[in-house]
Design a protein around this ligand. Structure first.
Ligand SMILES: NC(=O)c1ccc[n+]([C@@H]2O[C@H](COP(=O)([O-])OP(=O)(O)OC[C@H]3O[C@@H](n4cnc5c(N)ncnc54)[C@H](OP(=O)(O)O)[C@@H]3O)[C@@H](O)[C@H]2O)c1
Length: 166
């Protein structure tokens, strides 16, 4: 994957990845931190569509149009930092909803990504937390709770905002 859409390098970097793909040295190629504007730019000269786009995805930085644009173009979204590194663990809405499902706020955040059709990559160095973060396939979040969670947007990000790279 291209890690960041660095403005002076993204076109030639994608071309290099396409060469590796066409030579069958890579099974699939993708991008990271690409928003619609970056993808539209890529589509102008690309021969291969990215298989995956990894960008930050939590209710706190959720941009529904960006998710939809990837899905319309058959690019698998992979959401990183789904747990917002724990910064939001005391959020009142998160806690209220998580408690109703009998889940932790961390599990709720992982499941929220899955409900959106994203692949998600929560990270922990602790075995018990890795286990906890995996136990998200025995419940689903009701549409009205998804709506409530999506309203938590406040542009909190653990990494840079890709819009700074337009
Ligand atoms: N493409 C990009 O530009 C980009 C940018 C940033 C991150 N990423 C990737 O995204 C992945 C995850 O991102 P991230 O590590 O920044 O954020 P994250 O997964 O949202 O949060 C990880 C933090 O949450 C803690 N944590 C995990 N599970 C927990 C639980 N059940 N209860 C309490 N605390 C818990 C971890 O602490 P402990 O380890 O102590 O449990 C760690 O400090 C990584 O693989 C990273 O490489 C990609």
């Amino acid at each position: 994957m291209i890690h960041w859409p660095k403005d002076n390098a993204r076109k030639e970097t994608w071309k290099a990845l396409e060469t590796l793909y066409e030579q069958k040295l890579c099974r699939s190629i993708g991008v990271s931190n690409y928003y619609q504007k970056h993808l539209e730019e890529l589509f102008v000269s690309a021969h291969v569509c990215p298989a995956v786009n990894q960008f930050e995805l939590s209710p706190f930085c959720y941009m529904p149009d960006e998710l939809a644009f990837n899905q319309r173009n058959n690019i698998q979204v992979e959401g990183y930092a789904p747990l917002v590194r724990g910064w939001k663990k005391d959020d009142v809405t998160l806690n209220e909803i998580a408690e109703r499902y009998g889940k932790s706020t961390f599990q709720l955040l992982v499941r929220w990504n899955i409900e959106l059709g994203a692949v998600t990559i929560p990270k922990s160095v602790k075995k018990a937390r890795i286990q906890e973060n995996m136990e998200v396939f025995d419940f689903s979040i009701a549409p009205d709770d998804m709506q409530k969670l999506s309203l938590l947007y406040d542009n909190t990000r653990v990494a840079w905002d890709p819009r700074d790279f337009f």
